[in-house]
Design a protein around this ligand. Structure first.
Ligand code: OAD
Length: 293
């Protein structure tokens, strides 16, 4: 991986001088935590076509006709999330709060930003862990160990011949009739409205921030994909991070778990490990000494 030193320094300067930084994340930020993206080769939507699996009608149809397939899909979604822990990218984003005001806007439903310590996180596509009732009213927040229990119970159920009642029993704390209300995770599927107030708050933050970081998203799913443009039009500098270059004022190519900690160090000079394992008190010096790795 070659990183252009001038681009890092430019991005670091924007970060350092910003009063309000928005970090807009997608599936790529969680890759290094073991969670697959949707659209990369071998990504989720290649194995489970979104016209069938990314909307409630499609899922209900599969549940009725092919419960075994639905169980396979649910295990692919839930098992990596249940086992995941924040990676250096999530932690670098949380660390930013030591230096400036930060709003995280995420399309992810994995709660890894909160686990890393970020305090203002808008989950515009909802959350797998937040359980809501029929009208979106909050019911409870599942913990990661509870999600692991659901995965184990689903794995046990999927071992034998699987009927729909057996499947629903296995996932009953995630989805189904509860004591008072029918409940489900607050995830946003295609055709659903964006999660509120997360979406309105995100729009406002994008307009108000002076530095906007895009991390690990293909920026193709609307309306979330409008946020970087909105921020740029409102005067923010836009920095992109990810292996494939997209639209931004500066794009830092590479995995978020490597680039983000470097960027935060370059901006704020933390005493941490430099590239090539040199330890220096200030990464700005480190960057000029080690132009790109
Ligand atoms: P995508 O799968 O569309 O894009 C993932 C992005 O992450 C791509 O641009 C990859 O290049 C990048 N990437 C891969 N590995 C990376 C790494 N280690 N570090 C940084 N970036 C990396 O996923 P999203 O953009 O999140 O919505 O998809 C947006 C929405 O589409 C999802 O929230 C979901 C999906 O359909 C709904 O289901 C409503």
């Amino acid at each position: 991986m070659h990183l252009d030193n001038a681009s890092i320094l430019r991005a670091a300067e924007w970060l350092r001088s910003a009063r309000h930084v928005v970090v807009f994340t997608g599936a790529g930020v969680s890759v290094e935590s073991g969670i697959a993206t949707f659209r990369d080769s071998g990504g989720f939507w290649q194995r489970f076509p979104p016209d069938q699996f990314a909307n409630w009608n499609g899922l209900l149809k599969i549940a009725a006709g092919k419960p075994k397939l639905l169980a396979e899909f649910l295990l692919e979604v839930l098992a990596p999330v249940a086992a995941a822990a924040p990676n250096p990218a999530h932690r670098a984003i949380a660390d930013l709060e030591k230096h400036t005001r930060v709003t995280v806007i995420t399309q992810n439903v994995d709660r890894l930003h909160q686990d890393a310590g970020s305090t203002t996180v808008h989950e515009v596509h909802g959350s797998l862990f937040e359980i809501v009732g029929k009208d979106g009213e909050f019911v409870r927040l599942l913990s990661r160990p509870q999600m692991q229990d659901i995965v184990r119970s689903l794995q046990r159920a999927a071992r034998g011949p699987l009927t729909l009642p057996r499947l629903l029993w296995a996932i009953r704390s995630l989805y189904g009739p509860g004591r008072k209300v029918f409940h489900r995770p607050s995830i946003v599927l295609f055709g659903d409205a964006m999660a509120e107030p997360a979406w309105s708050d995100s729009w406002e933050a994008a307009r108000e921030c002076d530095c906007f970081l895009i991390v690990g998203t293909s920026c193709v799913v609307m309306p979330a994909a409008m946020l970087p443009h909105e921020a740029q039009m409102s005067g923010a500098s836009v920095i992109g991070i990810g292996p494939e270059e997209g639209r931004a004022d500066v794009w830092l190519r590479g995995p978020a778990g490597e680039i983000l900690p470097r960027l935060v160090r370059a901006a704020f000079g933390q005493q941490t490990q430099c590239p090539n394992s040199l330890t220096q008190p200030n990464d700005r010096a480190c960057w000029s000494d080690n132009p790109g790795t």
